[in-house]
Design a protein around this ligand. Sequence first.
Ligand code: ATP
Ligand code: MG
Length: 254
Amino acid sequence: MTEPIIFSIHDLDFYYGKSLALSKINMKIEPKKVTALIGPSGCGKSTFLRCLNRMNDTIAGARVEGEILLEGSNIYAPEVDVVDLRQRVGMVFQKPNPFPQPIYDNVAFGPRVLGTTTNKTDLDEVVETSLKAAALWEDVKDKLHTDALSLALGQQQRLCIARVLATRPEVILMDESTSALDPIATLRIEELIAELKQDYTIVIVTHNMQQAARVSDSTGLFWLGELVEFSPTTEIFTRPKEELTESYITGKLG
Ligand SMILES: Nc1ncnc2c1ncn2[C@@H]1O[C@H](COP(=O)(O)OP(=O)(O)OP(=O)(O)O)[C@@H](O)[C@H]1O
Ligand SMILES: [Mg+2]
């Protein structure tokens, strides 16, 4: 039996104008697993992550070659609706970026814009389910109509996760989503990731080796735009295949 695959990336090259930022990336991402991307600053981790939901599309001169298949279909095919794609592949950013609006409206935003949930009872239900899934419901259930910016940073980040969950994605991309948080808030997000992977495929970028080791099933090391090694996380951290991986994870390089 072949392993189930959600994303299948073939010979992906990415250019910012004339500058090659990713070169010949091949990777298979398994569903309902956590994949971590590590590597030094500027090696292309964010660029790669943004390719997975076409967030790079708006950058002038950006160009993709090769293929990214999501459940067998090329996400760069001309007929693909990018709004649909970003609903299926949601993104959580480095700094929590809730809208300066009530907590409720932040979570209801996606379903309202996409028109997936329109009546009040259904919307209430989606907001509650998403906040519960993001481990934030108990903190905010009595103040759903307070401004989201009044929450602590870690809570704001869980709110951003709830906002993504409300659009019912299949994949959640997280680009250094705990790097602005204190250790306790970070731990809560890591615990949340472990819970969410029962239902979602998660791809994270992190500079924190311990985090990659704790939360991920597979880890990929990027280096100067190339994917140097992609292996089960336990292997990467105990018996890496590449010397470069060994040097990087032991802190000798980077
Ligand atoms: N919008 C852009 N236009 C032009 N070049 C860019 C753009 N964004 C990134 N780059 C370049 O592409 C390369 C990869 O950048 P990227 O942001 O993907 O790296 P990264 O691994 O995420 O780094 P970091 O760990 O610092 O976030 C870098 O050389 C960067 O300068
Ligand atoms: Mg980055």
